[in-house]
Design a protein. Structure first.
Length: 139
């Protein structure tokens, strides 16, 4: 069995963003030489997410608005976590809703997706360097 590990780094200049990382993950699959197996893609930060969905701008705007209604950034005083001097409690909650990681099958050396599926990095407390783990196992 083969094993491959790579970290992808992101430094989003805004507080929140959704980035399609499917090409990066596909390149990792190619570099791994695995033709049948699994890829795990994991946000290595507690205020970021990895999720699968459609790469459609309107959907991303809907996510942004929906998440802000669920866990609004302001006022920051509404969250006990922010009593520590932080201002990112909402980012922790948004990450919890959107998820930490995804696992995708690799078939014939390709990501085995359903129609329209893509992998995204969701940033909820940007403006600093963060990483995503790509771990591939298989034959």
């Amino acid at each position: 069995m083969k094993s491959y590990r790579k970290e992808l780094f992101f430094e989003v200049p805004t507080r929140r963003a959704f980035i399609n990382i499917t090409p990066d993950v596909s390149e990792c699959v190619r570099a791994s030489g695995v033709t049948e197996g699994l890829v795990l893609v994991n946000a290595m930060h507690i205020t970021a997410s990895v999720f699968i969905n459609d790469d459609e701008h309107g959907l991303h705007q809907d996510y942004e608005e929906w998440l802000e209604r669920l866990a609004p950034h302001a006022p920051i005083s509404q969250y006990r976590h922010n009593d520590t001097g932080e201002d990112n409690a909402d980012a922790h909650m948004k990450r919890q809703v959107m998820g930490r990681e995804v696992t995708v099958a690799i078939t014939k050396g390709q990501l085995d997706f359903g129609t329209w599926e893509q992998i995204f990095y969701g940033e909820f407390d940007g403006r600093r360097r963060k990483r995503v783990l790509v771990k591939i196992i298989g034959e």
